[in-house]
Design a binder for this molecule. Structure first.
Ligand SMILES: NC(=O)c1ccc[n+]([C@@H]2O[C@H](COP(=O)([O-])OP(=O)(O)OC[C@H]3O[C@@H](n4cnc5c(N)ncnc54)[C@H](OP(=O)(O)O)[C@@H]3O)[C@@H](O)[C@H]2O)c1
Length: 249
């Protein structure tokens, strides 16, 4: 079966983020309706919606929700079902990053990580399933190579992203053949806030390709899943300059 060269409706969570923005602009020329979800940055989401229309989206809407709040998550899903009874693509981009050595992991932060990184995408996929099935659509998760190989001081965060990779495989089995489910696992793209230059250089030294990635390189992978990849489901593609293949040194 051939894959579409034009997408119908697309929902992208956490759109006003570096990777969300790149994915939105990459999908815009191919999309009939882009629904850009935001958490706190409604102004940036509205600006991005205008840019998406300028880039070729037939229409772009913005919708806010705190995805840790189940009533807001349900309201977002209901709103999207009203806007798009048929949904070609659901991109789970919203995510929380967390670094803490053991001894400094707090229960409240752990709950928030699981709520945003795992509970929200699972429940949102479930709520939007009729629309995804109607379009024979696809869910695409932003995972992390830190959920494929463990990093020091990232046990809590890495466990949530490992769960994201597990969701990709589990949901792919459960939803085939109607809905494809895949993931993109970025490596180092935007360095975590507060990372000093020496720590950043040390991270880059471990990347076989010798550099951090660009948001556009994640967007390229997302576009390939969205518009090609018709026989691919249950896969998490590492876009990480070779980092998950092993250390460069
Ligand atoms: N950037 C990288 O190098 C990298 C590497 C590996 C994986 N990833 C993954 O790729 C995705 C995008 O990364 P990014 O760096 O572009 O994102 P980011 O700057 O970390 O922003 C994440 C997005 O999630 C939203 N979000 C956070 N808490 C939320 C909540 N409670 N409810 C709803 N939305 C919430 C944020 O909204 P607010 O800002 O308004 O809170 C923001 O739009 C994430 O899933 C991330 O884990 C990124």
């Amino acid at each position: 079966m051939s894959t579409p060269h034009r997408l119908g409706a697309v929902l992208l969570t956490g759109a006003p983020s570096p990777l969300g923005r790149a994915v939105a602009l990459a999908l815009a020329p191919h999309s009939d309706l882009l629904v850009l979800h935001y958490h706190r940055r409604g102004g940036e989401a509205a600006d991005l919606a205008r840019e998406c229309v300028a880039a070729g989206a037939s229409r772009a809407e913005v919708r806010g929700a705190d995805l840790t709040d189940l009533s807001q998550l349900d309201a977002l899903a209901a709103d999207v079902l009203g806007l798009a009874p048929s949904l070609s693509l659901l991109v789970h981009n919203a995510g929380l990053y967390h670094r803490a050595p053991l001894g400094q992991v707090e229960a409240g932060e752990l709950d928030r990580l699981w709520a945003v990184n795992v509970r929200a995408p699972l429940l949102l996929t479930q709520a939007l399933l009729p629309a995804l099935r109607g379009a024979r659509g696809q869910a695409l998760f932003l995972a992390d190579v830190g959920g494929l190989v463990p990093w020091r001081h990232h046990a809590a965060y890495g466990a949530t992203k490992a769960a994201v990779a597990w969701l990709v495989r589990s949901l792919a089995l459960e939803l085939a053949p109607d809905v494809r489910v895949n993931g993109v696992a970025p490596g180092l793209i935007t360095p975590p806030e507060g990372l000093d230059p020496e720590a950043r250089a040390s991270l880059v030294r471990r990347i076989p390709m010798g550099r951090a990635g660009e948001p556009a390189e994640i967007a390229d992978a997302a576009r390939w899943f969205a518009l090609g990849a018709g026989y691919v489901t249950g896969q998490v593609l590492a876009v990480d300059g070779g980092r998950s293949a092993g250390r460069a040194d």
